[in-house]
Design a protein around this ligand. Structure first.
Ligand code: GLU
Length: 614
C-alpha cells in the first residue's frame, strides 16, 4: 500500500514536536488544569473531505475561544455585517484575550476574538429563551463538525463559578450601552459555548468547512453563507491568535483561532483546514506545540497566503475556427464547400481553469484582437472550474460588446448555476448549448442559412444521381449502376448496421437521418458519434478491408437507403471496369479528404495550429 506523503509529513511533524513540553495547561478555569498535558493530536481535512490525522486527534477537549469565530458567524447571519459592526469592531487590541479595553471612540469592544468582543457577539445571538439561543449555537457547531456534540458540564460549572473577570467585562459593557440585558443569560451562554467538546479532527472539519465556502466537506451541507466566511476569516487573520496575531500572520500566514483548551484551527481558503490539540500553553494563551505545528506545516508546504506567486494560467484551453474543426454533423457536398470557405467566421474558445478578474482580462484581450471576419463566437466552459462574481460581471459586459459588434455569441458546457445567473442578468438573447458539438452545429446552421439559397429539405426523397458521391456520374453511368442498388426502407429506431456484424454493403441515404452510436466500454452506455443526412453515404470503409461493423447505425426516423451489396460490384468489374474505377477513385478521394480534415483537427488540438492572436 502506498503511504500518503501528506500523512507521513504530519507524522514527522508530530514526532518532531512530541518532545516539546514547554508551557502549562490553562489553570485559571480550575477544571481545565486537570487535563493530561501530554496529549497531542494533529488533523488536516481537505476542502473535499479527506482527513489526515495523527496522535490524539480524536481526544475530546473544550473548544473555548475557538467558538468565538463561529458564534461571530452566527451573529452575522442573524443581523448582517452593518448591524454587527456597530456592536463589535474588527481592530486588533494588541492586548491579552481577557483584557478590559474597549474602543471608546465607537463605544464597542475592539473585535469578536477577544473576550469583551465575544461576549458582545454572543449577546447578539437570537432566540426566545436561553435554551433556544444555546441550541442554535450548538446546532451550528454540530453542522460544522457533521455530528452531535456535547458540553463538558464540569468545565462549564467551573468557568461559571470563577468567571468573575468576564462578568466584570459584561457589566462594564452594559454600563456603557454596548450590550443589553439579560447579562447573566449572555454570560452563561458564553461559558457554555466555550465548554462544547470537540476533537482535533472536529476542528479540522470545522476549518475545512470555512475553507470550502461554508459547505461541510463530509456532510455536504451548506452550514453558513459564503459571504459571511470572508468576514470570519478576516478577523481570524487579524485577531485570532490573541496578542500574537501579528507575528502569526507574518510567519504562518493563515487565518487561525486558538483557544485556552489547547486547540488551534487554521484555514487555507479553498484548500483545507487544520485542527491541532495540545494543552500546554505559552504566556499568551496559545498552544506551544500547536504553534510549532502550524508554523512547520505552513513553511514546508508554502501555505502562507501572501506567498502565492502563481503565474496566471492561460484561460484558453484551445482556440480554433470553424474551417479547421466542424461539428460531427454530416453535411451535403454544397454545405461542406461553404463551411470550408466561410467556416473562419466561427471562432471557438475553449476556456479553462478559474474565471476571475485577471483571467477574464486576458480573455478580453484575445477577443479584442479577433479577426474582423468573425461573426460567430463560441465560448466553451467544459474545462472551467470556478467563476467568481467579477468574472460574471465582465462576461456580461463582454456579451454586450459582442452584440454591439454584431457577433453572435453561443456558450456551451456552462454549469447550470452559471447559466441561471447569466439568465438573471438578461442573457435571453444568447444560445446556451449543452455541448460544444451542438454549439458548432448551431453556428454552422446559422452560417449556412446565410449562404444557401434554399434549405435542404430533409423529408424529400433524393434520387440516386443526387447522392453527393455520385454527383460526378453522367446520366448514362447512373443508368448502368442503378440496377445494382436495392432500395431498403428502415422504420424509425430500426438498426441499419449492428456492431460486430460482417460488413458487405454501402448505404446511400435517400431520405431521413441515421445516427451512429458507439457502445462505451463500461456497460450499456452508448455515445452519439455523428448523424448522417440524406445525400450522404456510410459503410464504405468496409469495401476496402471487408472488416466488421464498428458501430451501430440507427434510423432516427423512417429512412430510405440505396444499398449496394459488395457482391454486385463484380458485375461492374466484369462489364464496366471504368465505372468501377471511377467509383473507387471517388470513394478514395472522399476518404483522403476525411483523413486530411482529421489530421488538421489533430494538429490544431495538439497546439501546432493554434490561431494567431492577430
Ligand atoms: N472561556 C474562556 C474565557 O473566556 C475562553 C478563553 C480562551 O479560550 O481564550 O476565559
Amino acid at each position: 500500500m502506498l503511504l500518503s506523503p501528506i500523512l507521513t509529513s504530519i507524522q514527522d511533524i508530530y514526532e518532531n514536536y512530541l518532545p516539546l513540553t514547554e508551557g502549562n495547561p490553562a489553570s485559571y478555569i480550575p477544571e481545565l488544569a486537570k487535563v493530561n498535558p501530554d496529549l497531542f493530536g494533529i488533523a488536516i481535512c481537505t476542502a473535499d473531505g479527506q482527513i489526515y490525522e495523527v496522535g490524539d486527534s480524536q481526544h475530546l477537549f473544550t473548544i473555548q475561544s475557538i467558538s468565538k469565530a463561529f458564534v461571530y458567524g452566527l451573529a452575522l447571519a442573524d443581523h448582517g455585517v452593518t448591524a454587527v459592526m456597530k456592536k463589535v469592531g474588527v481592530e486588533p487590541t494588541g492586548e491579552a484575550f481577557n483584557s478590559i479595553v474597549f474602543d471608546e471612540v465607537n463605544n464597542r469592544p475592539y473585535n469578536p476574538m477577544v473576550n469583551a468582543g465575544a461576549i458582545a457577539t454572543t449577546a447578539l445571538i437570537k432566540g426566545n429563551s436561553a435554551e433556544e439561543r444555546f441550541s442554535r449555537i450548538l446546532t451550528l457547531f454540530e453542522d460544522f463538525v457533521g455530528h452531535p456534540l456535547t458540553v463538558d458540564e464540569s468545565v462549564y460549572q467551573s468557568e461559571s463559578e470563577t468567571g468573575h473577570r468576564n462578568r466584570a467585562i459584561a457589566y462594564l459593557e452594559l454600563n456603557s450601552g454596548m450590550i443589553e440585558q439579560p447579562i447573566d443569560e449572555h454570560l452563561e451562554l458564553y461559558f457554555r459555548q466555550c465548554s462544547i467538546l470537540v476533537s482535533g479532527r472536529d476542528l479540522a472539519v470545522m476549518s475545512a468547512t470555512l475553507a470550502n465556502n461554508g459547505i461541510n466537506p463530509i456532510t455536504k451541507k451548506q452550514v453558513i453563507e459564503p459571504d459571511i466566511i470572508k468576514s470570519i476569516l478576516s478577523v481570524m487573520a487579524s485577531c485570532g491568535m490573541y496578542n500574537f496575531s501579528g507575528e502569526w500572520i507574518y510567519k504562518v500566514g493563515l487565518p487561525a483561532k486558538s483557544g485556552v483548551g489547547g486547540g488551534i484551527i487554521a484555514v487555507l481558503p479553498g484548500q483545507f483546514g487544520i485542527g491541532t490539540f495540545s494543552p500546554r500553553l505559552d504566556e499568551l494563551g496559545n498552544s506551544v506545540r500547536g504553534l510549532k505545528v502550524c508554523e512547520d506545516i505552513s513553511s514546508r508546504f508554502n501555505f502562507h497566503l501572501f506567498d502565492t506567486h502563481t503565474l496566471l494560467d492561460s484561460i484558453i484551453h484551445r482556440q480554433y475556427n470553424g474551417s479547421i474543426v466542424s461539428s460531427t454533423k454530416q453535411r451535403r457536398q454544397a454545405e461542406k464547400e461553404i463551411l470550408e470557405k466561410e467556416g473562419k467566421q466561427i471562432a471557438v474558445f475553449e476556456l479553462q481553469g478559474d474565471l476571475y478578474f485577471s483571467t477574464m482580462e486576458k480573455l478580453f484581450r484575445y477577443l479584442e484582437n479577433l479577426d474582423p471576419e468573425i461573426k460567430y463566437l463560441i465560448l466553451d466552459g467544459h474545462f472551467i472550474n470556478n467563476v467568481n462574481s467579477s468574472a460574471l460581471f465582465l462576461l456580461d459586459q463582454t456579451k454586450e460588446e459582442l452584440l454591439k459588434n454584431n457577433i453572435t455569441l453561443i456558450v456551451s458546457n456552462f454549469d447550470t448555476n452559471i447559466i441561471k445567473t447569466l439568465l438573471s442578468k438578461g442573457w435571453l438573447d444568447v444560445n446556451f448549448s449543452v455541448d460544444l458539438d451542438s454549439a458548432l452545429e448551431e453556428c454552422e446552421n446559422l452560417l449556412l442559412s446565410k449562404y444557401l439559397s434554399k434549405q435542404i429539405d430533409k423529408n424529400k426523397k433524393l434520387s440516386l444521381s443526387e447522392m453527393d458521391l455520385l454527383l460526378e456520374f453522367t446520366p448514362p453511368e447512373i443508368e448502368i449502376i442503378k440496377p445494382l442498388f436495392e432500395e431498403i426502407i428502415y422504420k424509425e429506431k430500426e438498426s441499419i448496421t449492428v456492431e460486430g456484424e460482417e460488413a458487405n454493403q454501402i448505404f446511400f441515404l435517400a431520405s431521413g437521418t441515421a445516427t451512429v452510436y458507439l457502445k462505451l466500454l463500461n456497460g450499456d452506455k452508448k455515445r452519439r458519434l455523428t448523424t448522417y443526412i440524406s445525400g450522404t453515404c456510410f459503410g464504405e470503409l468496409a469495401l476496402f478491408d471487408r472488416g466488421n461493423r464498428y458501430a451501430n447505425i440507427v434510423a432516427d426516423n423512417d429512412v430510405i437507403c440505396y444499398v449496394l451489396h459488395f457482391e454486385k460490384l463484380k458485375i461492374l468489374i466484369n462489364n464496366y471496369p471504368e465505372i468501377y474505377l471511377k467509383l473507387l477513385e471517388i470513394l478514395g478521394k472522399n476518404l483522403v479528404k476525411k483523413l486530411r480534415r482529421n489530421s488538421a483537427e489533430i494538429k490544431n488540438f495538439s497546439g501546432v495550429n493554434i490561431l494567431s492572436r492577430k
